[in-house]
Design a protein around this ligand. Structure first.
Ligand code: 9LY
Length: 233
């Protein structure tokens, strides 16, 4: 019985992460902007770089609130942020698209994204991921913890002290497992499906640089922060 119950300290631990996740939300203005009108590929690229830059700043603040993160080796902290930033952005994008919207808005949003300038070959894998996240109907706590679990992935490039990262990720996976059982009692495989999405997320990571360089426009400009995080320019 006690295996299933979320303990008091796990509740406190989760509250810290969920509050920080909710506090550090980039304004939903990206959907408002996209629903307003179809922009040119150039304008969409600028919108993406602006949104992505602010999301990285938000991600750093969120990550600093993950219990134990700041006591990791400093170079490992950077390696974890750098290694997870793109995945966190696609995960956030997926969560934005799966947010309940008035009738027809999601379709318009999808259309705008399809015509935004991203080359055709990446639409399928990207929207497949978005659809598979949408089908999970994640509650807020699950979204926050899944993002934290993604950031604290031990096997990112250049991470030196794997065990230290595993020690932080494990309690989060344990709370996430209990949350899934609590919120999705009739789906015993829900937790496994949730973690399966992280594998799909890594493949988007792989496409990312090509998606940028193949954006239907030339002389792409990036902010200094994105040059750091996206390995471009
Ligand atoms: O702004 C976006 N996402 C942000 C990023 C930070 C956190 C919040 C959302 C974009 C957006 C920029 C304008 C054009 C149209 C796309 N977006 C994307 C997206 C598309 C492609 C890429 N690429 C990354 C490398 C190459 N492509 N990244 C994100 N998916 C989205 C899904 C939404 F519901 C959605 F509303 C927007 C989305």
């Amino acid at each position: 019985k006690e295996k299933a119950e979320i303990t008091k300290e796990q509740q406190a631990f989760m509250k810290v992460i969920v509050d920080s996740y909710n506090r550090h939300q980039i304004p939903q203005d990206v959907t408002k902007k996209l629903l307003q009108e179809q922009y040119s590929a150039e304008e969409n690229f600028i919108l993406l770089t602006e949104m992505a830059t602010s999301q990285v700043q938000v991600l750093v603040e969120f990550t600093k609130n993950i219990p134990g993160f700041l006591s990791l080796d400093h170079e490992d902290q950077i390696a974890l942020l750098k290694g997870s930033a793109v995945e966190a952005m696609f995960l956030r994008s997926a969560q934005v698209l799966s947010t309940k919207m008035p009738n027809g808005h999601t379709e318009v949003l999808e259309e705008r994204i399809r015509n935004s300038g991203i080359s055709e070959e990446f639409m399928t894998p990207m929207f497949n991921f978005y659809k598979s996240i949408g089908k999970l109907h994640m509650v807020q706590e699950e979204q926050a913890l899944l993002t934290a679990v993604t950031i604290l992935t031990p096997d990112r490039p250049f991470v030196k002290d794997h065990p230290a990262v595993e020690r932080l990720q494990e309690p989060m996976l344990e709370v996430l497992r209990k949350l899934c059982a609590l919120h999705h009692p009739r789906e015993p495989q829900y937790f496994a499906r949730l973690l399966g999405r992280l594998t799909e997320l890594r493949t988007l990571n792989h496409y990312h640089t090509e998606m940028l360089t193949s954006w239907r426009m030339n002389d792409q400009k990036f902010t200094p922060l994105l040059c750091e995080i996206w390995d471009v320019q």
